[in-house]
Design a protein around this ligand. Sequence first.
Ligand SMILES: Nc1ncnc2c1ncn2[C@@H]1O[C@H](COP(=O)(O)OP(=O)(O)OP(=O)(O)O)[C@@H](O)[C@H]1O
Length: 223
Amino acid sequence: MSLRLTAVTLTYPDGEGRLTALDRVTLDVPRASLTAVVGPSGSGKSSLLAVAATLVTPDAGTVTIDGTPTTGMTRGELTDLRRHKVGIVFQQPHLLPSLTAAEQLQVMAHLAGRSPGKARDRAEHLLDAVGLGGQAHRRPHQLSGGQRQRVNIARALMNDPTVLLVDEPTSALDHERGAAVVDLLARLTRRRNTSTVVVTHDRTHLGVADRIVEVRDGRVTPV
Ligand SMILES: Nc1ncnc2c1ncn2[C@@H]1O[C@H](COP(=O)(O)OP(=O)(O)OP(=O)(O)O)[C@@H](O)[C@H]1O
């Protein structure tokens, strides 16, 4: 199991008291499988991803990544773990305007201390894998919304993560492009053996998921 959440509770300050965003959540995501997360607005989906990504520390419970419990790790250790093991795809690609598609990917390898030569080859290979073989030299303003989202996905895969976390990848895309991005995520999950979690509002995408869970009031239940 490369991603495991065990009895995770997360609260936020809320006036005098605390708001429970995640309530004793347990979730196992096996390798080479895609779990779709659905649920109403404000139910805790983004909180779930943030905790799984180790960007937010839960009040209680454990997040285990690739067999390593993250409880008690220092910020530096968590950053290092994320760089090597976790790929995160946010709703908006947040690409750097002055860099080409290939360079967006190479930056990730650089941050993880990998060699520039290998990074160039890998960036090219990944851009091919997401159907952008001929576009490696383009900057974000020269790409369509769907192409930018595919660069975003390729970038998250640059350091060969075991865990891939994706937040509403299709919110900025029309239906057809959205479906293509979700199909791509499912294919990459199997090919690259990742434990993938995708938060989605669009139920038409759920056909590609191995498992669907619903978050409601901070609780996770299988659908
Ligand atoms: N930083 C924060 N401080 C206080 N409360 C927060 C914070 N972030 C989220 N919340 C609250 O926690 C609950 C869960 O929020 P979360 O963003 O995880 O929901 P969501 O399911 O992702 O919603 P959406 O589908 O609208 O993005 C909500 O009640 C929200 O208002």
